[in-house]
Design a protein around this ligand. Structure first.
Ligand code: ADP
Length: 151
């Protein structure tokens, strides 16, 4: 018996959760794509955040719903607007890695007021995108903590 309170045990459990067990497949668009392609991909893939990658799968940008809505409010032809002029780009992109604690990734989402982080792996060319971690993944982890106790 450890003598820990219930809430200490819960804290210990939360501090062991790792990004690797909760992330989803990334949805990406090529850096040559246009806003119209990105909007179509967002609907078809049913995600709120897209990662923009070069031809090697290396991260170059992030596109959120609001980035695309903002662009749509203008008078431009969306098939003519390149994603690289509307995306958030490096070095401003917040990322996480598979081995990061889910708690640290959650803090990053909150502090930066964003919905998703690309899960990346360092590569000689840059950061390769291997996954996406969203608020939904964290909500699932939260519910999972309760369900573990029911088994
Ligand atoms: P939405 O704009 O749909 O509410 P977010 O809150 O995630 O979605 O995005 C807010 C802004 O932050 C957008 O301009 C977006 O490009 C940017 N952003 C989203 N995710 C990241 C990230 N991981 N790193 C840096 N900027 C991001």
């Amino acid at each position: 018996y450890t003598g820990k309170t219930g809430s200490e045990l819960l804290t210990d459990k939360i501090k062991k959760l790792s990004v690797r067990d909760y992330y989803s497949v990334p949805v990406v668009v090529n850096d040559q794509a246009h806003a119209y392609d990105a909007i179509t991909t967002m609907f078809l893939e049913d995600v709120g955040t897209l990662f923009v990658v070069d031809q090697h799968g290396i991260l170059v940008g992030v596109l959120s719903r609001k980035d695309l809505l903002r662009t749509s409010m203008g008078q431009q032809d969306l098939t003519e607007v390149p994603v690289h002029i509307i995306m958030t780009r490096l070095p401003k992109i917040k990322v996480c890695q598979k081995d990061d604690l889910l708690l640290d990734a959650s803090i990053k989402l909150i502090e930066n007021q964003i919905d998703a982080l690309p899960v990346v792996q360092e590569h000689e060319r840059g950061l390769e995108v291997i996954g996406r971690l969203t608020k939904t993944n964290i909500t699932k982890a939260f519910v999972g903590l309760v369900n573990q106790d029911r088994i």
